[in-house]
Design a protein around this ligand. Sequence first.
Ligand code: BTN
Length: 231
Amino acid sequence: MNNWNIIHIDEMNSTMDYVRKHLFELPNKSVVWADMQHRGRGRGKNTWSSPKGGLWFSTLFKNEDVSDAWHITMAFSVAVVSTLKKYFVDAWIKWPNDVYIKNKKIAGILVENVIKGNQTSQIVGIGLNVNNSIDEALEDKATSLLQQTGEKHSIKSMLTMIMNEYDSIDWETLYERWSQSSFRLLYTNVKLIDVIGEIHKGKVMNLFEDGSIEFKEESGEKIFKAGSLIL
Ligand code: BTN
């Protein structure tokens, strides 16, 4: 990961907010990594529990085409899955880009586009439960690498492995790898919460290259570009 500008700080509110605040000073391809976050943010209005022992970082891409944001997140979810597979855990992607082990979430990815003046940037935040404890309230829904393997792991090595996986992504075969890791969702009964908060009951029938899905519900089949799924 030599081509990345790595900034490691012990604690902060959120690596997303840090990158946003220092957008002008930080070069393209910066990685801001914190040992713990006081106000970790998840997708939507969710908070993200980020105690010591987990891997919490954000990457900055400056002047990338906004339409690329989806491919960057797709690449990171594939990179996280490949890294976890090296520890012999069977990780899979829950659309659009949550990483799961069985029915519990181990990692989440958050992407934000920032437009300032004539510059567009993407900040991609990744949270991976490594050795950290899981909040009691989340025990049924979340897991960590420690829980899965019974051993503690080096956070720095996890970061290096994820970034190396990202750097070696073959963009030609990315969609294939992403869909192979996401197939577990297909044809099973799930609920989809759309962007306006409406709940749809049905099955995911297809996952497309642009990140949209075909969803079959009683009233018919629809394409959703965004939303979140409940297993
Ligand atoms: C989600 O699944 O809801 C996305 C979670 C993203 C969490 C990471 S941890 C590092 C970065 N900083 C934050 O405040 N959030 C992201």
